[in-house]
Ligand binder design. Structure first.
Ligand SMILES: N[C@@H](CCC[C@H](N)C(=O)O)C(=O)O
Length: 295
């Protein structure tokens, strides 16, 4: 099977082109993704992206994303930039590109030089804040309530409780401002695999959650360290950056245009009235043929 390895800010994906036909059977996609993402034993990646024909005329193309643990996510910001570049350069010269995702319609507008996509601006849909839309279940809150800088009890020995905010931008995110929790990003890095994992799997989140630790540097810049649902630590998360800026803006911490500094590089988020845009690039690393998926 042929595949392409791509990344955006070090968040790396295996792209499988199924536009002209299925290459991995539907019932095998989860197991296939888990195996092929295993670093050292197989190709290794944070996830797998399948390019498919859309299910209705409303869209040009369909985006599917599986995390490295085999779970299917609704959306992926870095992934959709990789996907859009691949689709434009190799499948259809459509710009803007209307993409069907499990999280709803996303529109990619590409900056082109020659035949190459240099920059991608993605319309990120309408964020949802109600607990029923995350989903989140927590004592004292009703399903139509929002959870903004609310307190959640934890069981790990390093951080017994955390103030966090939640938003769904297609997929669910918990945003934690370090300055509101009396911690810094060095502390976060030291204990990320314990604290990140605990929040991802917390009983308050029946579908698990992506977790982002954010430091506001000034109204136009933030720093983020991410723990992803289904993938653990990653160098960057596009939907997570979008979620972090939406929450920071809603809490009055930042302006409507923010440059986010992530471990893998920088990403720009713009809020224009109710519309949210993510602006960044993507890199095609190599094309290859899979000989042995590993185990
Ligand atoms: N890295 C992604 C998000 C991938 C999906 C996520 N782990 C989830 O399960 O929701 C991004 O760039 O947005």
């Amino acid at each position: 099977m042929e595949f392409t390895k791509m990344h955006a800010l070090g968040n790396d994906y295996i792209i499988i082109n199924e536009f002209d036909g299925e290459k991995v059977k539907e019932e095998e996609k989860a197991e296939f993704s888990r195996k092929i993402c295993r670093r050292g034993f197989s190709v290794g990646a944070d996830g797998v992206i399948f390019i498919q024909k859309p299910t209705s005329d409303e869209y040009d193309v369909r985006f599917r994303i599986f995390n490295s643990d085999g779970s299917e996510a609704e959306m992926c910001g870095n992934g959709i930039r990789c996907f859009s570049k691949y689709v434009y350069e190799r499948i259809m010269k459509k710009n803007p590109l209307r993409v069907e995702t499990k999280g709803g319609l996303r529109v990619s507008e590409m900056e082109i030089e020659g035949d190459e996509v240099k920059k991608i601006k993605v319309y990120m849909g309408v964020p949802k804040f109600k607990l029923k839309d995350i989903p989140m279940v927590v004592d004292g809150y009703k399903e139509d309530d929002e959870f903004l800088n609310g307190e959640l009890k934890l069981k790990n020995p390093y951080l017994p409780k955390v103030k966090l905010s939640v938003v769904n931008v297609g997929n669910p995110h918990a945003v934690i401002f370090v300055e509101d929790n009396g911690i810094d990003l060095d502390f976060v890095r030291e204990h990320l695999d314990v604290i990140g994992k605990e929040i991802e799997h917390h009983e308050a989140f029946p579908e698990r959650i992506n977790v982002h630790f954010v430091k506001v540097l000034n109204p136009n810049e933030i720093r983020i360290v991410t723990w992803e649902r289904g993938a653990g630590y990653t160098t960057a998360c596009g939907t997570g950056t979008t979620a972090s800026v939406i929450i920071a803006h809603k809490l009055g911490k930042t302006s409507n245009r923010v440059l986010a500094h992530l471990d893998g590089g920088d990403l720009e988020i713009e809020i224009k009235d109710d519309d949210i845009y993510m602006i960044g690039d993507a890199v095609m690393v190599y094309d290859a043929k899979l000989l042995n998926i590993g185990w």
